[in-house]
Design a protein around this ligand. Structure first.
Ligand code: ZN
Ligand code: MN
Length: 478
């Protein structure tokens, strides 16, 4: 039988607020275990949570960016479960009134645009973290509550994805939205962004959804894809044998690249959700909502489309530039100075990005500012320096932060456009390379490139290469 795989994703993103969701403790990653805790996030009896407005607004921002309807009345609920890293024995989350519902996100799947529906976006608190000692024979675990109470955003998609390409694009697009809206640092290696996948199979061409299996412990986007492939295969084998798929939660084993049963699927009633009595409902009015809406920048998907349409950039170029908001901003800043989209694009994605990577710096922290890159591009476009010399000027700019005009002046790098002078150099080259000239006349095309190279070398790269080419062809006959 031929199956269709059906996937929905649950995404947890830690919000990068300074303090936790219900107390004033720091959320900074990597601190000494249990150094960022207080009676509230340790779940001591009698304490009262106080809502972090910034976290709530960040959550609203994402819900709006994902085209959700905002619940004007929203409340928090206790989700009861017992786990050593959850001192209160419940998590404050949203169940009956999610902050945002019925949204969608457009994703690009190999050039085709697909709409993935978002079931809901809600705000909750993070649990602590268990640390399992690696020493042989250790029979204990440690718990670090620094993470307990960090604001966590949960984004639940509808089961709208049908392939690994769609899942990959969904994860990448969502990650970029979270980065563009500046609500999360999305560092997967620090656990700030995590995905869980619900996977089921159904016979191709049928409507009814099969029993789904939830996979947890997917620590990277690569794991999500591998877990999905593994699970689809496992379920297909079971179905082929006439067995039914158990509704369960499975854990992804990264080392052995397989999933293992963790527990049968819990239902909402197992959590005994009830409204959190220590927090007031939050009422959202139009004014607050439009204030938050106004802080959402143009999102990466739209920005990429605009770069392609308005600046006639290729899909590849536009995707590279919009990969990070700072890059796209840098690009547009350059464009506000001079209208050379393709040239800026090339310098940014080839040269600036390479330098930034080498120096482990953000592009904005490099010594070259948009104004200087614009000036460099202008000197090339106006024929003041050649593109070869421009690379030299660029290296100097990176080292010193000097303006390109200054470097060109100091190092006397202005392009040579004097035809008489160039001709004299060409004559010299022709005289000392008679064999090459002969070869060229016999039809060996790359002999010309050699001669041009010699002229450029003689002029230390400063001769106008276009002029050299023209004059040389004229001399040796083209
Ligand atoms: Zn605290
Ligand atoms: Mn959750």
């Amino acid at each position: 039988m031929e199956y269709e795989v059906v996937v929905g994703l649950e995404t947890h993103a830690e919000l990068s607020t300074i303090t936790k969701l219900f107390c004033g403790c720091s959320t900074k990653f990597g601190a000494e275990p249990n150094s960022q805790v207080c009676p509230v996030c340790l779940g001591m009896p009698g304490v009262l949570p106080v809502m972090n407005k910034k976290a709530f607004e960040s959550a609203m921002k994402v819900a709006l960016a994902l085209n959700c309807t905002i619940n004007k009345f929203t409340n928090f609920d206790r989700k009861s479960y017992y786990y050593p890293d959850l001192p209160k024995n419940y998590q404050i989350s949203q169940n009956y009134y999610n902050l945002g519902v019925d949204g969608y996100m457009n994703i690009d799947v190999n050039g085709t645009i697909k709409k993935v529906r978002i079931h809901n976006v809600h705000l909750e608190e993070e649990a602590g973290k268990l640390i399992h000692p690696e020493e042989v024979g250790a029979n204990y675990s440690l718990v670090d509550f620094n993470r307990a109470g960090v604001p966590l955003l949960e984004i639940v998609s509808q089961p709208d994805m049908r392939s690994t390409d769609e899942v990959e694009s969904y994860m990448q697009t969502l990650r970029k939205i979270l980065l563009y809206t500046e609500v999360s640092d999305c560092k997967m290696q620090e656990g700030s962004l995590r995905f869980e996948a619900s996977i089921s199979l159904r016979e191709k061409g049928t409507e009814k959804l099969g029993n789904r299996v939830e996979i947890k412990n997917l620590n990277s986007m690569k794991s999500v894809i591998k877990g999905m492939e593994y699970e689809a295969k496992r379920q297909a084998e079971l179905l082929d044998r006439g067995e039914t798929i158990a509704r369960e939660t499975r854990l992804w084993d990264e080392v052995n690249e397989r999933s293992e049963r963790m527990r049968s699927k819990e239902e909402a009633q197992d959590y005994r959700y009830f409204p959190e009595p220590d927090l007031l409902p939050v009422l959202i009015d139009e004014k607050w909502m439009s204030e938050i809406k106004s802080t959402i920048p143009e999102l990466p998907f739209d920005r990429r489309q605009r770069f392609m349409e308005v600046f006639k950039l290729s899909d590849y170029d536009a995707s590279c530039l919009t990969e990070e908001k700072v890059l796209a901003d840098f690009f547009e800043y350059c464009l506000s100075i001079s209208d050379r989209p393709k040239a800026f694009c090339n310098w940014i994605i080839n040269d600036l990005l390479r330098e930034a990577k080498d120096r482990k710096l953000d592009i904005y922290n490099l010594p070259i500012k948009p104004k200087q890159l614009a000036a460099l591009v202008e000197t090339i476009e106006r024929g003041i320096i050649s593109s070869t010399i421009a690379k030299e000027v660029f290296s100097e700019m990176i080292l010193t932060g000097k303006d390109p005009q200054k470097i060109i002046e100091e190092k006397k790098l202005v392009q040579i456009n004097d035809e008489g002078f160039i001709e004299s150099v060409i004559d010299k080259m022709i005289a000392s390379n008679p064999n090459v000239v002969e070869d060229y006349k016999k039809g060996k095309k790359n002999a010309l490139a050699f001669l041009i190279g010699q002229v450029m070398k003689e002029t230390k790269g400063k001769a106008n290469p276009k002029l050299v080419n023209e004059l040389l062809v004229k001399k040796v006959g083209g």
